[in-house]
Ligand binder design. Structure first.
Ligand code: BDR
Ligand code: CA
Length: 312
């Protein structure tokens, strides 16, 4: 089994990524860590507990992480995900679980220091990861796979002309991780995630096959559907984060190339990923940039796992 830490900012599509991971028997989730991104980290922790409660998996520990980016002022994405981060779905709070005393950064560092072959899937800004790398660079040798949803190569940005939200939110953390992680980052950026669209007919299919899961996803995505329609005249919503999980399960799902990448930390292009695809800088690759995805295959995996499993 893959031993996985999921670092996230739930977030509507984060919830879908967590659901996919929870319904994948190949994955053992060691812990879920939250970071300020779509919503503040403490709210992300509450949302994670709501999701785990829905999936009857409150046994999985959740650790609250960084409240602020490393240097920049924090800007949430509550315009996209709703004030509650779950599309204003009014799901009740979970009060039966005591919050973990350990913070997310310490949890990541301790896990890496005491285990080998740990996979990290990061689907929010990289603040927690950067801090852990700063604290425990040697322990990071035990990270065997690092998959990050973020950045973009040729596709336009989603919160500035050039930048994707997770790296834009904390560009200094993203840059730190790209430059200092002891293994290449598998970058699941907008070039591939933009192809993953949850449409009303797919949602209806989920509802028919698995009403409980269907109702839950409908509740959290309604706001997201409206946002996409108003902003981009897209029917349905782009769900970025689950692709990072699916890519771990099935690497053939995506194609890409190894390259040296750096993240802009100042100026108008802040948060932009500069991918040296032509090796102008003669640097060894610190990333593997995904450029193509079999979106139909993704949806097949996603639906099969969400629906085949009996309703939680
Ligand atoms: C990323 O930003 C967030 O809004 C989503 O949850 C996803 O992780 C997409 O740019
Ligand atoms: Ca996210």
């Amino acid at each position: 089994k893959y031993q996985v830490i999921i670092d996230c900012d739930p977030g509507i599509d984060d919830c879908l990524a967590l659901l996919l991971a929870l319904k994948s028997p190949e994955i053992e989730i060691l812990g879920i860590t939250t970071v300020s991104g779509n919503v503040p980290a403490a709210l992300g922790e509450k949302n994670t507990l709501k999701l785990l409660n829905f999936a009857h998996r409150l046994d999985i520990p959740v650790y609250c992480g960084s409240k602020q980016p490393l240097k920049r002022d924090y800007v949430s994405a509550q315009d996209t995900h709703g004030m509650d981060g779950l599309g204003e779905s009014a799901i009740s709070e979970i009060t039966t679980v005591q919050p973990q005393k350990l913070d997310a950064v310490s949890f990541i560092s301790q896990t890496l220091a005491t285990r080998t072959n740990v996979t990290i899937i990061a689907i929010g800004p990289l603040t927690n990861l950067a801090k852990s790398l700063q604290q425990q660079p040697i322990a990071w040798q035990n990270c065997c796979d690092l998959i990050s949803m973020g950045g973009t190569f040729k596709s336009p940005g989603n919160c500035s002309p050039l930048a994707e939200y997770n790296y834009w939110c904390d560009p200094d953390a993203a840059e730190y991780v790209f430059q200092h992680a002891p293994l290449p980052i598998k970058m699941v950026g907008l070039d591939v995630t933009r192809k993953i669209v949850l449409t009303p007919n797919i949602l209806e299919y989920i509802r028919q096959k698995s009403p409980t899961t269907g109702e839950f996803i409908t509740a959290i995505t309604r706001f997201y559907f409206d946002f996409h329609w108003k902003q981009e005249k897209v029917i349905g919503c782009v769900i970025n984060d689950p692709l990072a999980v699916a890519y771990l399960l099935e690497p053939n799902l995506c194609q890409g190339f190894a390259a040296y990448t750096t993240v802009e930390t100042t100026g108008k292009a802040i948060g932009q990923t500069l991918v040296d695809s032509q090796s102008f800088w003669h640097r060894s690759p610190n990333s593997f940039i995904l450029t193509q995805v079999d979106a139909q295959r993704f949806m097949h995996i996603f639906l099969q796992r969400l629906i085949k499993a009996t309703d939680p």
